[in-house]
Design a protein around this ligand. Structure first.
Ligand SMILES: [Zn+2]
Length: 83
């Protein structure tokens, strides 16, 4: 089910957005150089490495550039419905 968006910053844009799909890649890095030591799939994660729990989608406003959670845009549209 789709939901209407309204940008909470510019307060006018309801139509032009970037829907950004988050694609989390678990990695282990060298603490000094930042170089990749190991990469994992979600299934391979050990007990000390938390699973990704952030949002799967972020939204960027196509008018003012605000980058926020999808919930922010949906909630603002619900508070200011089109009449
Ligand atoms: Zn905006």
């Amino acid at each position: 089910m789709s939901e209407a968006y309204l940008c909470p910053k510019c307060k006018t844009n309801r139509t032009r957005f970037h829907q950004i799909t988050q694609d989390a890649h678990p990695v282990k890095l060298d603490p000094r150089s930042g170089e990749l030591v190991e990469s994992y799939t979600e299934d391979e994660l050990t007990a000390i490495h938390m699973h990704y729990n952030g949002p799967t989608v972020r939204i960027q406003c196509g008018a003012c550039g605000l980058n926020e959670s999808e919930q922010s845009f949906i909630a603002f549209a619900k508070n200011s419905p089109l009449t």
